[in-house]
Design a binder for this molecule. Structure first.
Ligand code: ZN
Length: 332
């Protein structure tokens, strides 16, 4: 007799198999000659949009605004001084709110990529496509280029239709890899990152009407040590580091100074590459093209997970940038 437990286990095994088949590591991954590690500095230009969605009080809106008025400029200046090419994931509406800053970033050679229209992915398919298209149009208008990357839960089919090549979201691996959607037809490069290398985990304070657990003010020196150790580990392995920052979080003076010292120390080692995310994605596609889509095992309906920045309700930044389920994590 087959018990309910047996049925549950079979379903779980099927789900695990389907998930594994969709996440494809790149065999014998490597960087261009002379490169030992690629470091992507990624900025989520949320400004006050997320805070507006959460109906936060004026003080918090002002904190978000600081990112658009001051933080983004300081960070562009910092990256330029080090010849680092950053990737700015921007909500489409931020192109209307802070066009000068985005234009300056483009002039410095930084990449502008998608971070949803107003920091949410609508549930309705037509509206979702409208948001994606509006953001691409806004970015193209201001930068002269259509975005090819996203930090969002937009569907892979829609992203591929609009010629996106990568997504930077989730922590399913350490290295760049490929993820194929349920249909097996839509494949994107994934550029993973982790909370440990996310400024909001250390510096977000007094927001979301949060209880004590969500209050954080970490000494930048301590964050320097953590990030440097993470970098060294990846450096030893010939790996990859995606440092996620928010202009309203990391744009504060002492934190900018800390990142300045961090980049300076990274540059003291040979073989450290600071490209844009698009450049890393193109490197993967050119050197390690994805295999032709294979027939994929199906994930049981009941086990389909929600991704961060996924459909309404799952899109909020406070769930963190991992694609996993689990309790929401506070973030900015
Ligand atoms: Zn965001």
């Amino acid at each position: 007799m087959i018990s309910q437990l047996d049925r549950d286990l079979t379903e779980l095994q099927q789900a695990a198999g389907a998930y594994a088949a969709r996440h494809r590591r790149i065999a014998e991954f490597g960087w261009p000659p002379g490169v030992r590690i690629a470091v992507n500095f990624t900025l989520d230009f949320d400004s006050m949009l997320l805070r507006r969605l959460l109906n936060e009080p004026p003080m918090q809106l002002a904190k978000g605004e600081f990112g658009g008025r001051v933080g983004i400029w300081r960070l562009i200046e910092l990256f330029d001084s080090h010849h680092v090419k950053a990737t700015i994931f921007t909500p489409g509406r931020a192109c209307e709110l802070y066009p000068q800053a985005i234009r300056a970033a483009v002039e410095s050679g930084h990449e502008i990529a998608d971070h949803m229209w107003e920091h949410r992915v609508p549930k309705e398919a037509a509206l979702e496509e409208d948001h994606l298209a509006k953001t691409a149009a806004a970015i193209e208008k201001i930068s002269g280029r259509r975005p090819v990357g996203t930090r969002s839960g937009h569907s892979a089919s829609l992203l591929c239709k609009h010629e996106y090549i990568y997504r930077s979201e989730g922590s399913a691996d350490q290295l760049p890899h490929y993820v194929v959607d349920e249909s097996g037809n839509n494949c994107l490069v994934h550029l993973p990152f982790h909370y440990v290398i996310d400024d909001a985990m250390f510096f977000s304070f007094a927001w979301l009407g949060s209880e004590n657990a969500a209050q954080r003010i970490t000494d930048p020196e301590h964050v320097f040590d953590i990030w440097w150790a993470a970098f060294r580990q990846q450096y030893r392995e010939g790996g990859y580091l995606n440092i996620c920052m928010h202009p309203f979080v990391s744009g504060r003076a002492l934190r900018v100074a800390m990142v300045d010292r961090l980049i300076t120390r990274m540059k003291s080692l040979p073989g450290v590459w600071f490209p844009s995310c698009a450049k890393v994605a193109r490197w993967c596609l050119e050197k390690f093209p994805p295999l032709a889509p294979a027939a994929l095992p199906q994930t049981p309906e009941s086990l389909l997970g929600m991704s961060h920045h996924s459909r309404e309700g799952g899109n909020l930044e406070l769930q963190g940038h991992s694609g996993s389920s689990g309790p929401p994590l506070p973030r900015g």
